[in-house]
Design a binder for this molecule. Structure first.
Ligand code: GDP
Length: 301
């Protein structure tokens, strides 16, 4: 089920409860049943769905509510809070400050992910996002594996009017990454975004290359790009990447279209890595910051 339908079904289930004459256990159970079914059909993990159900029941606890309490409001707020908790991917160590680039100091952001996930597209989107907020941003193409990778980045960067760096002759991705970052640092860029190779599947070589690039450019933030249409497989994929390149954030792409976004989001939540942005289309402006409350508010319209 696509996300818009999920939102509609959850809303409809809550509206049924609001319309019913009495808010009792029976009405509550029937609403929860419908919400849980909608979540499962959106590919959200079974365990997470049953936790959500138990948490809602526990928090609402109709028997012990004072007579004057607005039960409908209580139900709505509880459902909303638990849906937020479901997609909340903040790191276990909640004290770790989120990455915040500063103007006048060069920050390096390195992108990792499988080929086709949407890395190059997302690099450009993020570059543009920061550029529009007054940062001086440069893009470095460290993908020397795929023929045409540099051309693609160049084309995207030109469209977005973002300066770029790459090489047609250098075959060592670590050398290109280091040279690109050094160039932009010497020119006092605020944010330097490094796009890496994705190859076509998780190979040891690819992971080793990412470690080397990471050592060479010392990123302030490493972002993993993940295709939302892979649903729950997002969990194992992000875990595999996490072991090699210790990324601190995720961009979930292709949240438009027919992606069962619920599956990917809950899978990512299980890895306790924050989703920082979601890609919502092929256009360079189709990037939205991700925060659980905003996402759920939008989902429920
Ligand atoms: P890379 O191999 O990881 O660098 O992936 P690309 O950036 O080349 O993207 C692969 C394909 O996915 C391209 O056709 C992109 O236009 C498309 N793509 C990337 N992000 C999104 C997104 O958020 N929504 C949609 N619909 N397509 C996307």
């Amino acid at each position: 089920m696509v996300l818009a339908d999920l939102g509609r079904r959850i809303n409809a289930a809550m509206a049924d409860l609001t319309r019913s004459n009495v808010v009792d256990e029976k009405a509550l159970d029937s609403m929860l049943k419908e919400i849980c079914m909608a979540l499962l059909e959106s590919d959200v993990n079974v365990k997470l769905v049953s936790t959500l159900r138990a948490n809602i029941k526990k928090k609402i606890n109709l028997k012990d509510q004072a007579p004057g309490i607005n039960k409908r409001r209580l139900v709505q707020k509880t459902v909303f809070d638990e849906l937020c908790a479901l997609v909340d991917c903040q790191s276990e160590n909640g004290d770790t400050p989120a990455f915040k680039p500063k103007k006048g100091r060069s920050s390096v952001i390195m992108f990792v992910g499988l080929q086709g996930a949407g890395k190059t597209t997302s690099c450009t989107k993020l570059a543009l996002w920061y550029q529009r907020r007054g940062f001086k941003v440069g893009l470095v193409c460290a993908d020397t594996f795929r023929a045409g990778a540099f051309d693609q980045l160049k084309q995207n960067a030109t469209k977005a009017k973002v300066p770029y760096y790459g090489s047609y002759t250098e075959t060592d991705p670590v050398a290109v990454a280091a040279a690109g970052v050094a160039r932009f640092k010497s020119e006092k860029f605020d944010i330097i975004i490094v796009d890496t190779s994705g190859r076509h599947r998780q190979e040891q070589e690819l992971f080793a290359e990412m470690v080397q690039i990471s050592q060479a450019v010392k990123p302030d933030q490493t972002i993993m790009v993940l295709d939302a249409s892979i649903g729950q497989a997002a969990e194992s994929q992000s875990k595999a990447f996490k072991e090699s390149s210790d990324f601190g954030a995720i961009i979930l792409t292709k949240m438009d279209g027919h992606a069962k976004g619920g599956g990917a989001i809950s899978a990512v939540a299980a890895t306790r890595t924050p989703i920082v942005f979601v890609g919502t289309g092929e256009h360079i402006h189709d990037l939205e910051p991700f925060t659980p409350t905003q996402f759920i508010s939008k989902l429920l319209g």
